[in-house]
Design a protein around this ligand. Structure first.
Ligand code: SF4
Ligand code: SF4
Ligand code: FES
Length: 225
């Protein structure tokens, strides 16, 4: 017979919460309606990617803010999600992302259900802030794949497309290519239209929270370079 999980009690912003011992801290907060900015987190993933550096919290007894997606809940832990240090890190992270992001919400399919918009609202950061110079890549849409368009200036490098593809096929047919500011998602393997594994419903496009991968539709025109 399966053993019942041990429950622990801990506090987040003075609110008492119960969760299974060793549960993921970010998941536990989100499940209890406590919003912590996050972009690369996939609930239930045993090894968090922890690449977006947005989900910071402070934990009593730990000297510096930590990423909540890499923490496990423990009995009696005291967590704060909205300290000055946390907000400073999150704002800097968001502003950096926006400096390589083409903020054109009016023409973006993710408008109104976009995690960047949600996070910007919570952090009170303007999406069109001019604090950092923009570095946008060209061309704005890459059409190397027979069926999919990739918009590098929307991509937040969260890795959710890779994860979705890996879950379906075992070995993802996309990867991160290049480095630093120039990092992009690149497709390989499925260059032949006939062998496209996903058919009309590519999981990578469905998993992308910012519409950076789109199934090309006959009527859709690419933005001008
Ligand atoms: S991804 Fe979000 S912030 Fe970026 S253009 Fe689309 S809706 Fe706007
Ligand atoms: S294409 Fe979308 S899902 Fe993939 S890394 Fe970029 S933003 Fe994330
Ligand atoms: S959600 Fe924790 S680092 Fe991205």
């Amino acid at each position: 017979m399966e053993q019942a999980a041990t429950m622990v009690t801990f506090t987040v912003d003075d609110r008492e919460i119960q969760a299974e011992e060793d549960a993921n801290l970010l998941d536990a907060c989100l499940e209890n309606g406590i919003f912590i900015p996050n972009l690369c987190h996939i609930p239930g993933r045993s090894r968090p990617r922890a690449s977006c550096r947005m989900c910071f919290v402070e934990i009593e007894g730990v000297d510096r803010p930590v990423t909540s997606c890499t923490e496990r809940v423990q009995e009696g832990m005291r967590v704060r999600t909205d300290t000055e240090r946390v907000r400073r890190l999150q704002r800097a992270g968001l502003q950096f992302l926006l400096s390589v992001h083409d903020v054109d919400c009016g023409h973006c399919p993710s408008n109104k259900h976009c995690p960047l918009q949600d996070i910007a609202r919570v952090l009170e950061v303007g999406l069109k802030s001019k604090r950092l110079d923009k570095i946008l890549s060209t061309p704005p849409v890459i059409r190397e794949h027979p069926l999919l368009d990739y918009y590098p200036n929307r991509c937040i490098l969260c890795g959710k497309c890779l994860d979705a593809c890996r879950q379906r096929l075992g070995q993802p047919l996309l990867t991160f290519a290049r480095r630093g500011f120039e990092t992009v998602i690149s497709f390989f393997g499925e260059k032949e239209r006939d062998s496209f594994a996903c058919g009309a419903e590519p999981l990578c496009a469905a998993a992308c929270p910012v519409s950076a991968i789109r199934l090309r539709s006959a009527g859709e025109s690419a933005p001008e370079p």
